[in-house]
Design a binder for this molecule. Structure first.
Ligand code: AMP
Length: 406
């Protein structure tokens, strides 16, 4: 992690614009149904307040597409932050403009102001420079703790940084960059990656980037079947990306000439429908009958993955092994989650990319037992692809890192 963090800065007498990921689920009555994103953001806010700084919090919520959508207001989030911090939190009904400026003008040391949903303005996602300048004008220092939005060059994640002398990483951002970064750049070996999910098309760049880095690569999920087709297996009605078969062939050849050893499922749980009451069978991976779909890795594959993964010291996991949303196809994914929890207990470093694999781990109530579960699905995927995230690139480098580079 080579960025300045909030721990390197004293916020006394300063007004910080803090970009958070407060994109929490709300029910029809605007009640927050899961506040984990809020609680994950609090340590950064508390650090600023402990320094006697002023914290202006901003975020997106949902996809209002540049319009004011009352159901996507951050007001309930502001109220919830107030109750968690046990203090009155002010709320500005527009993230820029006279009301916001007025409320900022009234802030005292230790005060918190929450701005309305940034995406009510189309300029946010367009990374409009004038909008970024107006947002930045509210504060004298900028903090980004929204890892989940860091892969987007939006006004509040990238544009604003041009108007500040220093752009600081929050504590959650620091944690994400440290765990994901260290896993990729200095893993304890053997280093294994487990990739699953629906399609190859979403994971090509991850596979390519990880090939030179990992010692073992495990493939599961729907993308297995495009690989299976590429080597001439019978895949029945399983998920197939017809136009990616050639690419799958090339990827297999690339793995064979890389340092990584490839592990492929040996059997599959099949069914003719995706439902909670589906009748299932287990068949060899090369012989999925017509009319059936491969919807999870089978027991032999779980055993193979378990045996081989045991040796790994660092494991990165992205994407479920099957259609885990339905009980008959969830065993493979939960078995991996269990195995990773046990391996973490035994000293391995286990990092789960956000999105579906993170939900599976949480569903299995194993969240506390793994080393790190990323809060950003898209962002962690782009990180694993080896891409520089614009919201991270825009943060100020730490002098320590600069000295080390010189
Ligand atoms: P992704 O967003 O690419 O990580 O894909 C996650 C989705 O992949 C989940 O919703 C799973 O239900 C789905 N998935 C996993 N395995 C399979 C499979 N064998 N066939 C179809 N979909 C799958």
């Amino acid at each position: 992690m080579n960025k300045i963090t909030v721990n390197d800065v004293n916020f006394r007498d300063r007004t910080a614009l803090v970009r958070l990921d407060l994109n929490v689920p709300l029910d029809a009555n605007q009640q927050i149904t899961d506040d984990r994103r809020i609680t994950a953001a609090l340590p950064t806010v508390q650090k600023i307040l402990a320094d006697n700084g002023r914290a202006i919090l901003c975020s997106h919520l949902g996809r209002p597409k540049g319009k004011h959508v009352p159901e996507m207001s951050l007001r309930p989030v502001a109220e919830h932050i107030g109750s968690l911090l046990n203090k009155t939190v002010a709320f500005a009904e527009d993230c820029v403009g006279p009301e916001a400026s007025n409320l900022v003008g009234k802030m005292a040391a230790g005060d918190v102001l929450v701005l309305e949903n940034l995406r009510f303005h189309p300029e946010e996602e367009k990374n409009d420079s004038e909008f970024a300048r107006r947002l930045a004008g509210l504060a004298d220092i900028y903090v980004n703790d929204a890892f989940g939005s860091a892969h987007r060059a939006h006004a509040s994640t990238e544009g604003v940084t041009r108007f500040f002398n220093q752009s600081i990483a929050g504590l959650l951002m620091e944690k994400e960059l440290t765990y994901l970064g260290n896993a990729l750049s200095e893993p304890q070996r053997p280093f294994a990656a487990i990739l699953g999910g629906a399609k190859i098309s979403g994971k090509i760049d991850v596979i390519t980037n990880l090939l030179d880095k990992v010692d073992m690569l495990f493939i599961g999920g729907g993308m297995v079947f495009t690989f299976a087709k590429a080597v001439g297996y019978q895949i029945g009605d399983s998920l197939l990306e017809e136009d990616k078969v050639e690419l799958a062939r090339e990827l297999i050849a690339k793995v064979q000439s890389s340092r990584a050893k490839l592990f492929f499922p040996t059997d599959a749980v099949v069914a003719s429908e995706i439902s909670d009451s589906a009748t299932t069978d287990v068949v060899p991976i090369e012989e999925i009958p017509d009319g059936k779909m491969g919807l999870d890795i089978g027991p032999d594959s779980i055993e193979l993955f378990r045996r081989e993964l045991q040796q790994a010291k660092t494991i990165v996991w992205n994407g479920p092994m099957g259609v885990f949303e339905h009980a008959p196809f969830a065993k493979g994914t939960f078995a991996i989650a269990d195995l990773l929890a046990d391996m973490t207990d035994a000293g391995a470093i286990t990092v789960v990319g956000g999105g579906d694999s993170a939900s599976a781990v949480k569903k299995a109530k194993l969240g506390d037992r793994l080393t790190h579960i990323s809060t950003g699905g898209g962002a962690s995927l782009e990180f694993l692809e080896g891409k520089e995230l614009p919201g991270v690139a825009a943060l100020t480098d730490s002098p320590k890192a600069t000295e080390a580079a010189v």
